[in-house]
Write a protein that binds this ligand. Structure first.
Ligand code: PMP
Length: 353
Protein backbone atom coordinates (compact mmCIF):
# COMPACT_ATOMS: atom_id res chain seq x y z
CA UNK A 1 0.00 0.00 0.00
CA UNK A 2 3.06 2.24 0.02
CA UNK A 3 2.02 3.55 -3.41
CA UNK A 4 -0.20 5.90 -1.41
CA UNK A 5 2.78 7.48 0.33
CA UNK A 6 4.09 10.92 -0.65
CA UNK A 7 7.40 10.62 -2.53
CA UNK A 8 9.42 12.22 0.29
CA UNK A 9 8.20 9.53 2.70
CA UNK A 10 9.58 6.60 0.66
CA UNK A 11 13.18 7.26 1.65
CA UNK A 12 12.53 8.15 5.30
CA UNK A 13 14.22 5.89 7.81
CA UNK A 14 13.31 6.10 11.52
CA UNK A 15 16.11 7.72 13.50
CA UNK A 16 16.97 6.00 16.78
CA UNK A 17 14.57 3.13 17.65
CA UNK A 18 17.44 0.64 17.35
CA UNK A 19 19.37 2.71 19.86
CA UNK A 20 16.66 2.27 22.52
CA UNK A 21 16.57 -1.52 23.11
CA UNK A 22 14.02 -2.83 25.61
CA UNK A 23 16.59 -4.82 27.57
CA UNK A 24 17.53 -4.31 31.21
CA UNK A 25 21.04 -4.21 32.65
CA UNK A 26 22.78 -2.45 29.76
CA UNK A 27 25.26 0.37 30.21
CA UNK A 28 23.71 2.84 27.84
CA UNK A 29 26.27 5.25 26.43
CA UNK A 30 24.74 5.60 22.97
CA UNK A 31 22.16 8.41 22.97
CA UNK A 32 23.73 11.19 25.06
CA UNK A 33 21.24 11.02 27.89
CA UNK A 34 22.23 12.42 31.27
CA UNK A 35 23.26 9.67 33.73
CA UNK A 36 21.82 11.61 36.68
CA UNK A 37 18.15 11.94 37.63
CA UNK A 38 16.29 15.22 37.15
CA UNK A 39 16.51 17.84 39.91
CA UNK A 40 14.79 17.11 43.25
CA UNK A 41 12.48 20.06 42.47
CA UNK A 42 11.18 18.08 39.47
CA UNK A 43 10.40 15.12 41.68
CA UNK A 44 8.53 17.44 44.06
CA UNK A 45 6.36 18.77 41.20
CA UNK A 46 5.42 15.23 40.20
CA UNK A 47 4.76 14.12 43.77
CA UNK A 48 2.55 17.07 44.59
CA UNK A 49 0.74 17.27 41.25
CA UNK A 50 -3.05 17.39 41.58
CA UNK A 51 -4.30 14.90 38.98
CA UNK A 52 -7.73 16.52 39.02
CA UNK A 53 -6.18 19.29 36.93
CA UNK A 54 -5.47 16.91 34.07
CA UNK A 55 -9.05 17.26 32.82
CA UNK A 56 -8.11 20.82 31.76
CA UNK A 57 -6.08 21.79 28.70
CA UNK A 58 -2.57 23.05 29.46
CA UNK A 59 -1.59 26.69 28.89
CA UNK A 60 -1.25 26.82 25.07
CA UNK A 61 1.19 29.71 25.33
CA UNK A 62 3.45 28.14 27.99
CA UNK A 63 3.49 31.57 29.57
CA UNK A 64 5.30 30.70 32.81
CA UNK A 65 7.89 28.47 31.13
CA UNK A 66 8.63 31.06 28.45
CA UNK A 67 9.05 33.71 31.16
CA UNK A 68 11.44 31.46 33.10
CA UNK A 69 13.45 30.80 29.92
CA UNK A 70 13.47 34.49 29.02
CA UNK A 71 14.75 35.37 32.51
CA UNK A 72 17.42 32.68 32.21
CA UNK A 73 18.83 34.27 29.03
CA UNK A 74 18.15 37.93 29.91
CA UNK A 75 15.65 38.20 27.03
CA UNK A 76 11.92 38.93 26.80
CA UNK A 77 9.12 36.40 26.51
CA UNK A 78 8.40 37.21 22.87
CA UNK A 79 11.95 36.09 22.07
CA UNK A 80 11.23 32.54 23.29
CA UNK A 81 9.60 29.59 21.54
CA UNK A 82 8.95 26.16 23.13
CA UNK A 83 8.21 22.76 21.62
CA UNK A 84 8.24 19.01 22.21
CA UNK A 85 11.98 18.54 22.41
CA UNK A 86 14.36 20.54 20.24
CA UNK A 87 13.67 18.01 17.47
CA UNK A 88 10.21 19.51 17.08
CA UNK A 89 11.56 23.04 17.41
CA UNK A 90 14.05 22.22 14.64
CA UNK A 91 11.38 20.64 12.43
CA UNK A 92 9.24 23.77 12.73
CA UNK A 93 12.33 25.91 12.09
CA UNK A 94 13.03 24.07 8.84
CA UNK A 95 9.42 24.53 7.81
CA UNK A 96 9.04 28.16 8.81
CA UNK A 97 12.47 29.67 8.21
CA UNK A 98 14.76 27.52 6.08
CA UNK A 99 12.81 26.83 2.89
CA UNK A 100 14.06 29.31 0.32
CA UNK A 101 15.28 29.48 -3.28
CA UNK A 102 18.93 29.67 -2.30
CA UNK A 103 20.53 26.56 -0.82
CA UNK A 104 20.67 25.95 2.91
CA UNK A 105 24.29 25.65 4.10
CA UNK A 106 25.25 23.10 6.75
CA UNK A 107 28.23 20.97 7.75
CA UNK A 108 28.63 17.64 5.98
CA UNK A 109 29.05 16.05 9.39
CA UNK A 110 26.54 17.28 11.93
CA UNK A 111 23.28 16.21 13.57
CA UNK A 112 21.82 13.72 11.10
CA UNK A 113 18.22 14.79 11.64
CA UNK A 114 18.82 17.97 9.61
CA UNK A 115 19.03 15.83 6.48
CA UNK A 116 15.73 14.17 7.33
CA UNK A 117 14.03 17.58 7.33
CA UNK A 118 15.89 18.61 4.18
CA UNK A 119 14.49 15.56 2.39
CA UNK A 120 11.05 15.80 3.95
CA UNK A 121 10.59 19.46 3.05
CA UNK A 122 12.46 19.16 -0.25
CA UNK A 123 15.02 21.83 0.65
CA UNK A 124 17.98 22.56 -1.60
CA UNK A 125 21.08 22.14 0.60
CA UNK A 126 24.87 22.46 0.28
CA UNK A 127 26.89 20.32 2.67
CA UNK A 128 30.26 21.81 3.62
CA UNK A 129 33.04 19.45 4.75
CA UNK A 130 34.60 19.83 8.19
CA UNK A 131 38.29 20.74 8.38
CA UNK A 132 40.81 17.90 8.69
CA UNK A 133 40.68 18.26 12.46
CA UNK A 134 36.86 17.95 12.45
CA UNK A 135 36.07 21.63 13.00
CA UNK A 136 33.26 23.53 11.33
CA UNK A 137 34.97 25.73 8.77
CA UNK A 138 32.88 28.91 9.05
CA UNK A 139 35.03 30.74 6.46
CA UNK A 140 33.53 28.38 3.90
CA UNK A 141 29.99 29.60 4.67
CA UNK A 142 30.24 32.66 2.46
CA UNK A 143 28.15 31.79 -0.60
CA UNK A 144 24.62 33.09 -1.14
CA UNK A 145 22.28 31.01 0.90
CA UNK A 146 18.74 30.58 2.12
CA UNK A 147 19.90 29.86 5.66
CA UNK A 148 22.69 28.28 7.69
CA UNK A 149 22.35 25.63 10.36
CA UNK A 150 24.89 23.83 12.54
CA UNK A 151 25.14 22.39 16.00
CA UNK A 152 27.45 24.12 18.48
CA UNK A 153 29.16 22.22 19.94
CA UNK A 154 28.83 20.03 16.89
CA UNK A 155 27.52 16.48 16.97
CA UNK A 156 28.77 13.81 16.78
CA UNK A 157 32.23 15.38 17.03
CA UNK A 158 31.73 17.30 20.30
CA UNK A 159 33.92 20.12 18.97
CA UNK A 160 32.77 23.69 19.61
CA UNK A 161 33.12 27.10 17.98
CA UNK A 162 33.78 30.27 19.96
CA UNK A 163 31.26 33.10 20.24
CA UNK A 164 33.67 35.31 18.26
CA UNK A 165 33.57 32.85 15.37
CA UNK A 166 29.77 32.80 15.43
CA UNK A 167 29.63 36.62 15.64
CA UNK A 168 31.97 36.85 12.64
CA UNK A 169 29.65 34.61 10.67
CA UNK A 170 26.63 36.71 11.66
CA UNK A 171 28.36 39.92 10.63
CA UNK A 172 29.13 38.40 7.21
CA UNK A 173 25.72 36.78 6.78
CA UNK A 174 22.90 39.20 7.45
CA UNK A 175 20.45 38.18 4.73
CA UNK A 176 19.38 34.74 5.89
CA UNK A 177 18.60 32.98 9.13
CA UNK A 178 21.47 31.39 11.06
CA UNK A 179 20.34 28.56 13.34
CA UNK A 180 22.68 27.46 16.11
CA UNK A 181 21.57 24.17 17.68
CA UNK A 182 22.90 24.24 21.25
CA UNK A 183 21.66 20.87 22.50
CA UNK A 184 25.00 20.34 24.31
CA UNK A 185 26.07 23.91 25.06
CA UNK A 186 25.92 23.59 28.87
CA UNK A 187 28.80 21.11 28.99
CA UNK A 188 31.52 23.69 28.44
CA UNK A 189 30.64 26.01 25.54
CA UNK A 190 29.29 29.57 25.49
CA UNK A 191 25.72 30.19 24.37
CA UNK A 192 24.98 32.39 21.38
CA UNK A 193 21.72 33.37 23.12
CA UNK A 194 23.62 36.46 24.30
CA UNK A 195 23.92 37.53 20.64
CA UNK A 196 20.18 37.33 19.95
CA UNK A 197 19.50 41.02 20.74
CA UNK A 198 22.25 42.06 18.33
CA UNK A 199 21.43 39.84 15.33
CA UNK A 200 17.77 39.66 14.22
CA UNK A 201 18.56 36.71 11.93
CA UNK A 202 19.94 34.46 14.71
CA UNK A 203 17.90 31.59 16.13
CA UNK A 204 19.39 29.54 18.99
CA UNK A 205 17.81 26.20 19.94
CA UNK A 206 18.33 24.41 23.24
CA UNK A 207 16.85 21.44 25.08
CA UNK A 208 16.01 20.07 28.52
CA UNK A 209 17.02 16.58 27.34
CA UNK A 210 20.74 16.71 28.10
CA UNK A 211 22.02 19.02 30.85
CA UNK A 212 18.61 19.09 32.60
CA UNK A 213 18.04 15.30 32.58
CA UNK A 214 14.51 15.63 31.16
CA UNK A 215 14.73 13.76 27.85
CA UNK A 216 11.58 11.84 28.82
CA UNK A 217 9.53 15.04 29.12
CA UNK A 218 10.36 16.28 25.60
CA UNK A 219 10.98 19.98 26.13
CA UNK A 220 12.99 22.08 23.69
CA UNK A 221 13.04 25.81 23.01
CA UNK A 222 14.47 28.56 20.85
CA UNK A 223 15.65 32.11 21.40
CA UNK A 224 15.42 34.65 18.59
CA UNK A 225 14.02 37.94 17.34
CA UNK A 226 10.24 38.22 17.95
CA UNK A 227 9.65 38.01 14.18
CA UNK A 228 11.47 34.67 13.96
CA UNK A 229 9.54 33.42 16.98
CA UNK A 230 6.28 34.57 15.40
CA UNK A 231 7.06 32.51 12.28
CA UNK A 232 7.55 29.41 14.44
CA UNK A 233 4.32 30.11 16.35
CA UNK A 234 2.40 30.42 13.10
CA UNK A 235 3.55 27.03 11.84
CA UNK A 236 3.10 25.40 15.24
CA UNK A 237 -0.46 26.65 15.54
CA UNK A 238 -1.32 25.09 12.19
CA UNK A 239 -0.50 21.66 13.59
CA UNK A 240 -1.30 21.67 17.27
CA UNK A 241 -1.77 24.73 19.40
CA UNK A 242 -0.76 22.92 22.59
CA UNK A 243 3.00 22.54 22.34
CA UNK A 244 3.66 21.03 25.75
CA UNK A 245 1.59 19.06 28.21
CA UNK A 246 1.00 20.37 31.71
CA UNK A 247 3.61 18.19 33.40
CA UNK A 248 6.26 19.02 30.84
CA UNK A 249 5.70 22.75 31.41
CA UNK A 250 5.84 22.48 35.19
CA UNK A 251 8.78 20.10 35.46
CA UNK A 252 10.80 22.18 33.01
CA UNK A 253 10.29 25.29 35.16
CA UNK A 254 11.35 23.33 38.25
CA UNK A 255 14.46 22.02 36.48
CA UNK A 256 15.44 25.57 35.47
CA UNK A 257 15.02 26.91 38.97
CA UNK A 258 17.16 24.24 40.66
CA UNK A 259 20.43 25.93 39.66
CA UNK A 260 22.67 24.33 42.24
CA UNK A 261 21.70 20.81 41.23
CA UNK A 262 22.08 21.65 37.54
CA UNK A 263 25.58 23.06 38.02
CA UNK A 264 26.60 20.11 40.17
CA UNK A 265 25.49 17.52 37.56
CA UNK A 266 27.06 19.37 34.65
CA UNK A 267 30.36 19.66 36.56
CA UNK A 268 30.22 15.96 37.43
CA UNK A 269 29.73 15.03 33.76
CA UNK A 270 32.61 17.31 32.71
CA UNK A 271 34.94 15.84 35.36
CA UNK A 272 34.03 12.31 34.28
CA UNK A 273 34.60 13.31 30.65
CA UNK A 274 38.12 14.49 31.51
CA UNK A 275 38.88 11.22 33.28
CA UNK A 276 37.46 9.19 30.39
CA UNK A 277 39.52 11.12 27.83
CA UNK A 278 42.70 10.46 29.82
CA UNK A 279 41.93 6.76 30.10
CA UNK A 280 41.05 6.39 26.41
CA UNK A 281 44.18 8.27 25.39
CA UNK A 282 46.34 5.99 27.51
CA UNK A 283 44.79 3.01 25.68
CA UNK A 284 45.92 4.51 22.36
CA UNK A 285 42.63 6.15 21.35
CA UNK A 286 42.54 9.51 19.64
CA UNK A 287 39.91 11.64 21.33
CA UNK A 288 38.61 14.91 19.90
CA UNK A 289 38.45 17.81 22.39
CA UNK A 290 34.85 17.65 23.64
CA UNK A 291 32.62 20.41 24.98
CA UNK A 292 29.66 18.04 25.26
CA UNK A 293 28.44 15.08 27.33
CA UNK A 294 30.05 12.63 24.88
CA UNK A 295 33.42 11.97 23.30
CA UNK A 296 34.21 11.16 19.68
CA UNK A 297 37.09 8.77 19.43
CA UNK A 298 38.95 6.36 17.17
CA UNK A 299 41.74 3.82 17.46
CA UNK A 300 44.29 3.24 14.73
CA UNK A 301 44.56 -0.49 15.42
CA UNK A 302 40.99 -1.63 16.00
CA UNK A 303 38.09 -0.75 13.72
CA UNK A 304 35.27 1.21 15.36
CA UNK A 305 32.64 -1.23 14.07
CA UNK A 306 34.46 -4.11 15.75
CA UNK A 307 34.86 -2.19 19.01
CA UNK A 308 31.17 -1.27 19.01
CA UNK A 309 30.21 -4.93 18.62
CA UNK A 310 32.73 -6.05 21.26
CA UNK A 311 31.28 -3.55 23.74
CA UNK A 312 27.73 -4.53 22.80
CA UNK A 313 28.60 -8.20 23.46
CA UNK A 314 29.68 -6.98 26.90
CA UNK A 315 26.37 -5.15 27.39
CA UNK A 316 27.79 -1.67 26.84
CA UNK A 317 26.10 0.39 24.13
CA UNK A 318 28.03 3.10 22.29
CA UNK A 319 27.24 4.78 18.98
CA UNK A 320 28.91 3.92 15.69
CA UNK A 321 28.06 5.84 12.52
CA UNK A 322 28.38 4.16 9.13
CA UNK A 323 28.66 7.47 7.28
CA UNK A 324 31.92 7.59 5.25
CA UNK A 325 34.50 9.89 6.84
CA UNK A 326 33.39 9.18 10.40
CA UNK A 327 32.88 5.41 10.13
CA UNK A 328 36.00 4.65 12.13
CA UNK A 329 34.87 6.66 15.13
CA UNK A 330 32.77 5.86 18.15
CA UNK A 331 30.62 8.37 19.97
CA UNK A 332 30.58 7.53 23.65
CA UNK A 333 28.18 9.27 26.03
CA UNK A 334 29.61 10.24 29.41
CA UNK A 335 27.86 8.15 32.07
CA UNK A 336 28.47 7.91 35.81
CA UNK A 337 32.06 7.39 37.04
CA UNK A 338 31.13 3.75 37.72
CA UNK A 339 29.80 3.21 34.19
CA UNK A 340 32.87 4.80 32.64
CA UNK A 341 35.17 2.69 34.82
CA UNK A 342 33.38 -0.42 33.58
CA UNK A 343 33.74 0.79 29.98
CA UNK A 344 37.48 1.35 30.41
CA UNK A 345 37.96 -2.00 32.20
CA UNK A 346 36.11 -3.74 29.38
CA UNK A 347 38.26 -2.04 26.72
CA UNK A 348 41.41 -3.07 28.61
CA UNK A 349 40.32 -6.71 28.22
CA UNK A 350 40.15 -6.35 24.42
CA UNK A 351 42.93 -8.52 22.92
CA UNK A 352 44.25 -5.72 20.70
CA UNK A 353 44.24 -2.89 23.24
N1 PMP B 1 20.24 18.56 18.39
C1 PMP B 1 21.26 17.70 18.54
C2 PMP B 1 22.60 18.10 18.03
C3 PMP B 1 21.05 16.46 19.17
O1 PMP B 1 22.07 15.59 19.29
C4 PMP B 1 19.78 16.14 19.66
C5 PMP B 1 19.54 14.83 20.39
N2 PMP B 1 19.52 13.70 19.64
C6 PMP B 1 18.74 17.05 19.45
C7 PMP B 1 19.01 18.26 18.84
C8 PMP B 1 17.33 16.75 19.85
O2 PMP B 1 17.16 16.67 21.20
P1 PMP B 1 15.72 16.73 21.88
O3 PMP B 1 14.68 16.56 20.81
O4 PMP B 1 15.70 15.63 22.86
O5 PMP B 1 15.62 18.08 22.50
Amino acid sequence: MSQFWSPAIQSLVPYTPGEQPKVDGLIKLNTNENPYPPAPAVEAVLREFDTERLRLYPDPDCHALKQALADEAGLSRDQVFVGNGSDEVLALTFMALLRHEQPLLLPETTYSFYNVYIDLFNIDARHIPLTDDYRIDLDAYSSENGGIIFANPNAPTGVGLTLEQISDLLIRNTHSVVVVDEAYVDFGAESASQLVDRYPNLLVTQTFSKSRSLAGMRVGYAYGHPKLIEALERVKNSFNSYPLDMLAQQTAIAALQDRGYFQHCVQQVMDTREWTCEQLTSLGFEVLPSQTNFVFTSHSEVAAAELMQYLRDNRILVRHFTKPGIDNHLRITIGTPDEMTRLIECLKQHPSL
